[in-house]
Design a protein around this ligand. Structure first.
Ligand SMILES: Nc1nc2c(c(=O)[nH]1)N[C@H]1C(S)=C(S)[C@@H](COP(=O)(O)OP(=O)(O)OC[C@H]3O[C@@H](n4cnc5c(=O)[nH]c(N)nc54)[C@H](O)[C@@H]3O)O[C@H]1N2
Ligand SMILES: Nc1nc2c(c(=O)[nH]1)N[C@H]1C(S)=C(S)[C@@H](COP(=O)(O)OP(=O)(O)OC[C@H]3O[C@@H](n4cnc5c(=O)[nH]c(N)nc54)[C@H](O)[C@@H]3O)O[C@H]1N2
Ligand code: SF4
Ligand SMILES: [Mo]
Length: 669
């Protein structure tokens, strides 16, 4: 029989949301490639997804439900049937609800799959149950809050517009790893003569695509933006007419805030030479259409929202917003594409229940609470690896009496602590509808191979749990495709006039968005440098949590080219490319500590200790160390991985994670 070719969508938490072509032989996907007709993917995938079939058919896939048969964390399990698993889970839950109330049950999920239905369907189930709610703020809520404070609901420009820019600033984004296809547009701009500046805390792989790389002290980007604005004003390099007609509060800001941010002072905050700050400001002012691609790295600090807010003001001073090829791109806001509330069903909740911040899971599981968390249900997330304060999370997962269920594709660090593990399908085995957050495309996918082993999708699993819990709502009795059809039947301005046929055939379709950044969707209709609703009415520089911390090295918990958060650890081919779990350190810091390249070291702070292999590297400035990727503990040289060094502290707005706002010291061994 001939192999068949099917369209699908990359399900991972990546702004690109690539279109896939999947070659299927019998029950197996044998080859996965980039869809040449997908307008953003353009036929190429990243290093991770090129061999997605190795993930889908990995010998590590979980194929049956498992019941714990040894101490928590030991990894001893016995296979059981789905019927037994569901009846054990719901039996335990009934007992917990009777004794403690449903709020003693906590769901934990994030972004193993980005499909609207599979990602969000658990909300409906737990709302119906009356369980505690999870505040899903691990990624970049501070970035959204900072952007919104200045620009309100103004949409981002189309990412491909970057091709028309003459100055691209990649600001706190390792786009070569985290948004590969955006770099097409950057390359096109370069061919037409654009200059590319990268601003990061170390020389990432993206530096190879930049003309200039500025290394900035962690968390100080807000000060750099203020310094640039100081220079623009000092030298009269602003678009006065634009400011007068389109911006709220500039004069007051210029009089009260900007004088403090002289190049000298900004240099002492950021560690960047005065001459370089001057040069960057001048290049920015002279550009016809400067384009800022804003990453999330700089928002994961105690001052992260304010940093983003400050940077968002910069294009206003030169009138770059609304100029073709110019402006600022944080991500696309495609949230209105579908009525997600039809999946999450807040209306199933009879009274508003307790909300627990996902960044503080360690605290939630260990610090009691009223009621205490007695059961944790984890699906498409790996909190023992990816959540801040790994030691607290693992202490919590070890707690006697906590009943933990994990629905997963693999025996992750979290699944190891489960009482019951349920096997999950991969994206190639389930239906969903996707909206990208780095483009304005949506795409529908259907399963292209049967489920591997006895695995079931999130949707099917919640349907089974709902039935066993006696939830009668017809909602839980439909199929995922019926729910997708329902979503598509509800009108949305973003989908008006789109090609339904293309969508039904699984092709990517562009939403009907006007990405005109010259219409400011703010309360005042202007760019709000002055925002009276904020605690701080004007942007100014705020310190990070660790600015004057006791330990000397700032730790960057950066993404890796060959993994995505803790996903892809199952892949030997990708792990081999990274060789081992490394800590990058500058030569001077290594010499000060008598540490040698390649040796085993321990990074430590008040939260924990993590072993790495040291890589002495000139890509890292003194005072900074870098740990790329989130490893499963199985592949770590020691007992813990990077998030044992990350605190549960939150951002200044949005209750976000502060992954980069940590300090460590490093010793041999
Ligand atoms: N290959 C790969 N792709 C991914 C991911 C992955 O893990 N691997 N993760 C996915 C997810 S969930 C997300 S949210 C996105 C995130 O993608 P991005 O928006 O790129 O954000 P981050 O990956 O958090 O960080 C990007 C860069 O910020 C830098 N940085 C840290 N602190 C500062 C600072 O204070 N100032 C400046 N200027 N830079 C700083 C880091 O060194 C890092 O290089 O990527 C997605 N794509
Ligand atoms: N040190 C450090 N930590 C980080 C980050 C970092 O840059 N550095 N990034 C942070 C960020 S931005 C984010 S968004 C979070 C992401 O945190 P998570 O969303 O938890 O990320 P993953 O590690 O990708 O884990 C997803 C899991 O879902 C499983 N899965 C995939 N598809 C399905 C499915 O359909 N059903 C079920 N049940 N399971 C499925 C996968 O096997 C995988 O184990 O991590 C955060 N943690
Ligand atoms: S670049 Fe992102 S969306 Fe595209 S295949 Fe890779 S992980 Fe998936
Ligand atoms: Mo994320």
């Amino acid at each position: 029989m001939e192999n068949s070719l099917h369209r699908s969508v990359c399900p991972y938490d990546c702004p690109d949301a690539c279109g896939l072509l999947v070659e299927v032989a019998g029950d197996r996907a044998v080859r996965v490639s980039g869809d040449p007709h997908h307008p953003f993917t353009r036929g190429t995938l990243c290093a991770k997804m090129n061999r997605y079939e190795l993930t889908v058919h990995s010998p590590r896939r979980l194929t049956t439900p498992l019941l714990r048969s040894g101490p928590k964390g030991s990894g001893s399990f016995t296979p059981i049937s789905w019927d037994e698993a569901i009846s054990r889970i719901t039996g335990r839950w009934r007992g917990i609800i009777a004794e403690f109330g449903a709020e003693a049950i906590l769901p934990y999920s994030y972004a193993g799959t980005m499909g609207i239905v599979q990602r969000n369907c658990g909300h409906a189930f737990f709302h119906r149950m009356g369980a505690s709610r999870l505040e899903r703020s691990i990624c970049s809520p501070a970035k959204s809050a900072g952007w919104r404070a200045v620009m309100g609901d103004t949409p981002s420009v189309d990412p491909d517009e970057v091709a028309e820019s003459d100055l691209v600033i990649l600001w706190g984004i390792n786009a070569a790893a985290t948004s590969v296809h955006f770099m097409h547009g950057v390359a096109a701009a370069k061919r037409k003569g654009a200059r590319v500046w990268l601003i990061d805390t170390y020389r990432t792989p993206t530096a190879a695509a930049a003309d200039r790389t500025i290394l900035i002290r962690p968390g100080s980007d807000g000060a750099l933006a203020l310094g640039m604005m100081h220079i623009l004003r000092r030298d009269g390099l602003m678009d006065r007419e634009f400011i007068a007609t389109r911006v709220q509060g500039f004069d007051e800001f210029a009089a009260r805030i900007l004088p403090d941010y002289t190049p000298q002072r900004v240099s002492s905050i950021t560690g960047i030479e005065v001459a370089v700050i001057e040069e960057l400001a001048l290049a920015y002012a002279r550009a016809m259409a400067p384009f800022i691609r804003l990453g999330s790295g700089l928002s994961r600090y105690g001052n992260g929202a304010m940093t983003v807010r400050t940077i968002a003001c910069l294009p206003a001073l030169v009138g770059a917003y609304g100029r073709r090829g110019g402006g600022c791109f944080p991500d696309t806001s495609t949230g209105g594409a579908f009525a997600t509330s039809q999946v999450t069903r807040e209306d199933f909740m009879t009274t508003p229940t307790r909300i627990i911040n996902m960044n503080r899971l360690g605290e939630a599981l260990t610090a009691g609470g009223e009621p205490p968390v007695m059961s944790l249900y984890v699906y498409h997330s790996n909190p023992a690896a990816i959540t801040p304060d790994q030691n607290a999370v693992i202490r919590g997962l070890c707690r006697d009496g906590l009943f933990t269920v994990v629905h997963e594709r693999f025996m992750t660090d979290t699944a190891l602590y489960a009482d019951i593990v349920l096997p999950a399908t991969s994206s190639l085995e389930q239906s969903d509808i996707y909206r990208a957050y780095g483009t304005y495309l949506i795409q529908r996918a259907r399963g292209v191979i049967p489920p591997v082993g006895e695995s079931r999708s999130n949707w099917e699993t919640f349907s089974l749990l709902a039935k066993a819990m006696g939830f009668e709502e017809p909602f839980f009795r439909q199929s995922a495709d019926e729910l997708i059809d329902h979503l598509l039947s509800l009108p949305s301005p973003l989908r008006s006039g789109i090609d339904q046929e293309e969508l039904a055939q699984g092709r990517a379709v562009r939403l009907a968005v006007t990405t005109d950044q010259s219409r400011f969707l703010t309360p005042s209709g202007r760019i709000e440098i002055y925002n009276p609703v904020e605690n701080e009415p004007y942007p100014r520089y705020l310190p990070t949590h660790e600015e004057n911390g006791p330990l000397p090295l700032r730790l960057m918990t950066a993404p890796s080219l060959y993994g995505l958060n803790a996903s892809f650890n199952e892949r030997d081919d990708l792990r081999e490319k990274q060789r081992e779990m490394k800590l990058l350190m500058n030569e001077r810091d290594a010499a000060d500590r008598n540490l040698l390249n390649g040796e085993l070291v321990t990074a430590w702070n008040e939260l924990g200790e993590v072993q790495f292999y040291l890589e002495v590297s000139d890509s890292v400035p003194p005072g900074v160390v870098v740990a790329e990727g989130v490893w499963w503990r199985e592949f770590a040289p020691g007992e813990r991985t990077v998030n044992a060094l990350v605190s549960q502290r939150l951002t200044d707005a949005g209750n976000g994670s502060t992954f980069y706002d940590n300090s460590v010291e490093v010793r041999r061994g």
